[in-house]
Design a protein around this ligand. Sequence first.
Ligand SMILES: [Cu+2]
Length: 117
Amino acid sequence: MVRIVSLMTAAAVVISASPVAAHARLVSATPASGAIVSAPGAVSLTFSERFAAPFSSVEVKDGQGRAVTLRQEVSEDGKTLSGSFARPLTAGVYEVRWAIAAADGHRMTGSHSFTVR
Ligand SMILES: [Cu+2]
């Protein structure tokens, strides 16, 4: 997996984190949990707060548990983690697993699955 992360972004997160920063939570996922979609080009996860990119990751596994090759990216605002697939996904069920380190230092993980028709 190629990880594209910015140390400058991480530094900015640390500098801008206030002592009363709220906990991050997952706001939306595309494809959403339980969604049935036609070959998506990427998965994306948007959080309520910025997260530390070097300590955050997303992975996708197919129905046989094999990791899908993807290119990880973090949005300009530091709140969306996405993975672009190297090849179109074939039909089947896929599991998305993510882990982030929020700006307040708390680590969070989650997973959900979607189906490609
Ligand atoms: Cu927290």
